[in-house]
Design a protein. Structure first.
Length: 73
């Protein structure tokens, strides 16, 4: 079924973003990422208080391929 789309204003699109207008069957990612972060790294909000007595992030990664991204067009 066709989609009728009105006016669109796009301020910015990041490198790994997906922008879709109208009908879509499948949206597959074309990038993958691996993030290392310590305790309390992704906490957001007003008045957040974090108490970490000891925070250690072990990032020793010996394998070469973590997220295979073959077959995504």
């Amino acid at each position: 079924m066709p989609a009728i789309v009105g006016a669109i204003k796009i301020n910015s699109i990041g490198n790994s973003s997906v922008m879709n207008v109208g009908d879509v069957f499948q949206i597959a990612p074309i990038t993958t990422a691996k993030t290392f972060a310590g305790a309390g790294s992704f906490n957001t909000g007003n008045g957040t208080r974090i108490f970490n007595n000891q925070s250690v992030t072990n990032s020793y990664d010996v394998d070469t391929i973590d997220s295979v991204n073959i077959g995504n067009a």
